[in-house]
Ligand binder design. Structure first.
Ligand code: GLN
Length: 547
């Protein structure tokens, strides 16, 4: 049976709970344990799939097709354990299940209440797969005291009592603000936050204290005394140059040791940190830098493109170069020349996206990269825009467009080079969709196979002709135009195994121009950079030498 670590936060949000959870996962693995990480989100959306990236950041897609919180991306990047549908739950999901059961009559006429019906549903979620790993790390979103969070806190409190003594611990993240005037770190907000937790019946075993200044021994002792934790269990979390330093930094501060102590695991297995030492070395020992433009729509909020930025960083680590990412808003050059905005970059990445805004700008970015031999990586929407560019400007299909914008509404006459996909094969089954389906959870989601063309650039990069990648899209490049586009030089070098759905396109006479319908950024890790990102950055390095 798994041991459980519940990770909560207090004082303020954005303290890096997800990162602390992910780093702890990596450290427990380094000590030889198997782990799984989970996120419990108090918001009422059923999943983040329909939430605006401006508001909630990127949606992380799992192999089994769930649209989840971006923290699951952190978990996967740090532990290498593929996240699953059953690793993410929200109040919305819990309530909709409870209400479905109520409608079905499963509760036999009982009055349905938060305790026990909602809390039971949460506990059931926590139990899934508890015989598969040594440690289950469960992070509760938000901060203690949030109204929506209460059922989750109540559920983990109950859960820890349902389990035998010593099988669950609580780790709480707080902030120690620094008052410059008095030159002091203040512990009071932490004390209050722990009180809040205690008032709902949870006594933290470990306190992780974010601080911009070193925490003196005296303050550590004070926190331990006032918050009722052991002194060694007050762990400092300082700001880091790179998030990938977190496992080593937390180890140095004694986090993994404190967790093993709290579970009474003695003697503690020695950690093997070689992977993280290598990662550290690749971040800090670099030779040169490249400038990459991410040409997108959600550029005001970096979290909207979280995995792209991380995957580029991993690509940099693979080549031992620093990757400087610039966010370029495609909408700005929707109706003007793109060149002044894109000059000077060593490579251009056009990420995924939804809706029409900025698409003409992205098409121009693809054109600029193609004509100037700049490495171009188009991902999902970025591939679709590259195909439209090829169709319009090279293959002579001047009215080329996508049904996503040029629309089913019949806005203007156009050739739907990209069409609304309504039927595809998943495993042995056919999946069907209609134009007026719900927006939530109805895309082509999750891991699908693709077959690569022997001798193509992508086959060489992957070193294989069979790949599996994660998808999240509703529209698809139409094979009706394949011959015309291939004659123009745009090779369809990756297809779904049945040959119906284009997965990859590449310009044959360009140093590096690849569009993929899937999301390789979701599978990249600092210790295992995705081959496409590693090679894209390599091409950027080459381009930088030509300037
Ligand atoms: N909007 C496009 C589609 O649904 C692309 C999606 C994406 O980039 N993830 O096909």
């Amino acid at each position: 049976m798994a041991r459980y670590v519940f990770i909560t936060g207090g004082v303020v949000s954005s303290l890096g709970k997800g990162l602390a959870s992910a780093a702890l996962g990596a450290l427990l693995q380094a000590r030889g344990f198997s782990v799984r990480l989970r996120k419990l989100d108090p918001y009422l959306n059923v999943d983040p799939g329909t939430m605006s990236p401006f508001e909630h950041g990127e949606v992380f897609v799992t192999d089994d097709g769930a649209e989840t919180d971006l923290d699951l991306g952190h978990y996967e990047r740090f532990t290498g354990v593929p996240a699953r549908m059953t690793d993410s739950v929200s109040s919305g999901r819990v309530y909709s299940t409870v209400l479905e059961k109520e409608r079905r009559g499963d509760y036999l006429g009982k009055t349905i209440q938060v305790v026990p019906h909602v809390t039971n549903e949460i506990k059931e979620f926590l139990h899934v797969g508890d015989d598969e790993v040594d440690f289950m790390l469960c992070e509760i979103g938000g901060t203690v005291g949030d109204i929506e969070g209460l059922p989750f806190f109540e559920a983990i409190r109950q859960f820890s009592h349902d389990k035998p003594r010593g099988e669950c611990i609580f780790m709480h993240l707080t902030l120690l603000p620094y008052l410059a005037a008095s030159g002091e770190l203040k512990t009071k907000p932490t004390q209050h936050s722990v009180k809040e937790l205690q008032s709902i019946g949870i006594a933290p075993d470990i306190l992780v204290c974010r601080s911009e200044h070193p925490i003196p021994e005296k303050e550590r002792a004070k926190i331990a005394l006032f918050c009722n934790v052991r002194k060694e269990a007050v762990v400092a979390a300082y700001d880091l140059k790179s998030i990938y330093e977190a496992p080593l930094a937390y180890h140095k501060q004694g986090l993994d040791q404190a967790v093993l102590d709290a579970f009474n695991i003695t003697p503690a297995p020695k950690p093997d940190l070689s992977v993280w030492n290598d990662v550290y070395d690749r971040i800090h020992t670099t030779d040169g830098e490249v400038n990459v433009a991410i040409v997108g729509k959600y550029t005001q909020l970096e979290d909207a493109y979280k995995s792209f930025k991380e995957a580029l960083t991993h690509g940099g680590m693979a080549n031992r170069v620093k990757v400087n990412v610039s966010w370029v808003d495609a909408e700005v050059f929707d109706s003007e020349d793109a060149a002044p905005y894109l000059e000077g970059y060593h490579a251009i990445l056009v990420p995924g996206g939804f809706g029409e805004r900025g698409t003409e700008g992205k098409i121009k970015a693809a054109q600029y990269a193609r004509e100037n031999n700049i490495p171009y990586f188009g991902i999902c929407l970025g591939m679709q825009m590259a195909v439209i560019e090829a169709a319009r400007n090279v293959a002579g299909i001047s009215e080329a467009g996508s049904e996503e914008f040029d629309h089913e509404a019949g806005k203007k006459r156009f050739e739907p080079v990209v069409y609304h996909l309504k039927e595809w094969v998943q495993g042995n089954a056919k999946v069907k969709r209609k134009s007026d389906d719900d927006k939530g959870g109805t895309m082509r989601l999750g891991s699908y196979d693709a077959t690569l063309t022997a001798g193509s650039k992508v086959a060489e990069i992957y070193g294989s002709l069979a790949i599996e990648e994660r998808h999240r899209h509703r529209y698809e490049v139409d094979t009706k135009y394949r011959a015309q586009l291939e004659d123009a030089g745009l090779r369809f070098s990756g297809m779904s195994p049945d040959g119906k759905l284009p997965e990859i396109v590449e310009w044959t006479d360009h140093p590096w121009f690849i569009g993929v319908q899937f999301h390789p950024e979701l599978k990249s890790k600092p210790f295992a950079p995705h081959p496409l990102f590693a090679d894209f950055v390599r091409a950027a390095v080459e381009a930088s030498r030509l300037v």
